[in-house]
Design a protein around this ligand. Structure first.
Ligand code: ARG
Length: 457
């Protein structure tokens, strides 16, 4: 019999039950549900709704239920619609009718919002720890590759030389923002809806603030209608995870490209590469393709939830039950993905000679323009002259550095013997040493900043 069966003369249809029962997925909230109920039992005892003895009996019973879940001896029964009904049903079996007093003044609407918030706060903590490890792996690789030259790209066309360290660190900062976003989402999740009732609050003299603090929340909700229906915390967490997944998908795409034999800059460790069942030579970067693909899944969950929330009438509606599978799956996905991405970064095989070989002197055309600028030419003109030099070298079929001084002086009188020093990739990188630039000296500072950022978390 459902806990709300009083006004019905017939039990629910089986197909309806199959559609609406959420126990299959919300049983993973058992710990939070019991934690919330223990705190609630104390709060209604303090309010004089139940006696201290009754509260003790209820709390002992709840602890037994918790053990049954933890030992996997908890038995589901027909009628256990969701985790809240299942726990209360079992509690009443264990302690008798006094168990039925626990729900006084409470609704599953404020209960589920409370449980889920507690779960999300925990989950964010877990994801954050993994992101910390990934950031540290990036810093470690970057430290080892401060001087490893790499072609930098815009539009996926060779642009200017950079270093592998600088490229690695670019992802560090994306992840730092992801972690900040998750921390902010966690703050806004840390609001207790308990005491909002079904929608219209509770007549019981509950100390909502004490109840909130007992559960580890920073504060309690100020409006019961909003309290039971606010799912911003789910949307925000899904967004933070979706954007984080988007960042990982970009890292993944770079790695996929760089590990293609045409580039050959890096390869994945054997333990993180896969082969083909048909083509013996294949070495695929499957984990990175999965990282790229999982971003789609994470974005899908965010879009799905926003679509559920859009235009929903005030307060609780059953549509809101859709919030859980989306977030559970997003967190599970990220928790499966991150350890592999961390390992891929830690074990990355780097081929500095391949990166070096891919550096083309055309990528120093900007440096050639800068050379003229130093000798007084306005940048716009210098850009044009350097472009003419590139065109001339190309039409002569030679490298930029093989143009004779006479040929260069034909383009501008400002060219002199010392123009040869432009054609040095390492020097080109070292010159771009303003903070945030790729010069090893600047990246060393950047890594210092990164370590300070990590220490401040
Ligand atoms: N299983 C429900 C959920 O996840 C719990 C709240 C049910 N409330 C209700 N009024 N039916 O949202």
């Amino acid at each position: 019999m459902a806990m709300w069966g009083g006004r019905f003369s017939e039990p629910s249809d089986d197909d309806l039950r199959a559609l609406q029962d959420s126990i299959d997925f919300d049983r993973r909230l058992y710990r939070q549900d019991i934690q919330g109920s223990i705190a609630y039992a104390k709060a209604i005892a303090a309010a004089g709704v139940i006696t201290a003895d009754e509260a003790d009996t209820i709390i002992n019973g709840l602890q037994q239920v918790l053990e049954e879940f933890a030992n996997e001896t908890f038995e589901l029964k027909p009628g256990d619609e969701d985790i809240h009904t299942a726990v209360e049903r079992r509690l009443t079996e264990l302690v008798g009718p006094v168990g039925g007093k626990l729900h006084t003044g409470r609704s599953r609407n404020d209960q589920v919002a409370t449980d889920f918030r507690l779960w999300v706060i925990d989950a964010i903590g877990g994801v954050d720890m993994l992101l910390d490890q990934l950031q540290r792996a990036l810093v470690e690789q970057a430290t080892a590759h401060l001087d490893t030259l790499l072609p930098g790209y815009t539009h996926l066309q060779p642009a200017q030389p950079i270093t592998l360290a600088h490229w690695l660190m670019s992802f560090f900062w994306m992840l730092s923002r992801d972690r900040e976003r998750l921390a902010e989402a966690k703050q806004r999740t840390s609001v207790s809806p308990l005491g909002s009732g079904a929608l219209a609050g509770t007549p019981l003299d509950i100390d909502r603030e004490a109840l909130a603090h007992d559960l580890g929340f920073a504060s309690y909700s100020q409006n019961s209608l909003d309290g039971v229906s606010d799912r911003d915390f789910v949307a925000e967490t899904l967004f933070a995870l979706a954007l984080m997944g988007t960042h990982l998908s970009r890292l993944a795409e770079d790695i996929i490209i760089y590990s293609n034999p045409l580039f050959g800059y890096i390869s994945l460790n054997d333990r993180y590469s896969t082969g083909s069942s048909l083509m013996p030579q294949k070495r695929n970067a499957d984990p990175m393709e999965l990282a790229r693909g999982k971003a789609g899944r994470l974005i899908g969950h965010l879009t799905g939830l926003l679509t559920v929330l859009k235009g929903l009438p005030s307060t609780y509606n059953k549509d809101l039950q859709e919030d859980k599978e989306a977030l559970f799956d997003a967190v599970d996905t990220v928790e499966k993905l991150l350890p592999v991405v961390i390992a891929v970064i830690r074990t990355l095989n780097v081929r500095p000679e391949k990166m070096r070989a891919a550096l083309d002197e055309d990528m120093l055309a900007t440096d050639l323009a800068d050379y003229l600028v130093h000798r007084g030419m306005p940048f716009r003109q210098a850009h044009h002259v350097a472009g003419q030099a590139v065109a001339l070298a190309s039409s002569e079929g030679v490298k930029l550095s093989k143009l004779s001084l006479d040929q260069l002086r034909g383009l501008s009188e400002l060219f002199a013997e010392d123009v040869t020093q432009v054609f040095d990739f390492a020097a080109s990188v070292a010159r771009r040493n303003a903070p945030g630039g790729p010069a090893p000296s600047a990246v060393r500072q950047q890594i210092e900043q990164a370590r300070t950022w990590l220490a401040g978390r």
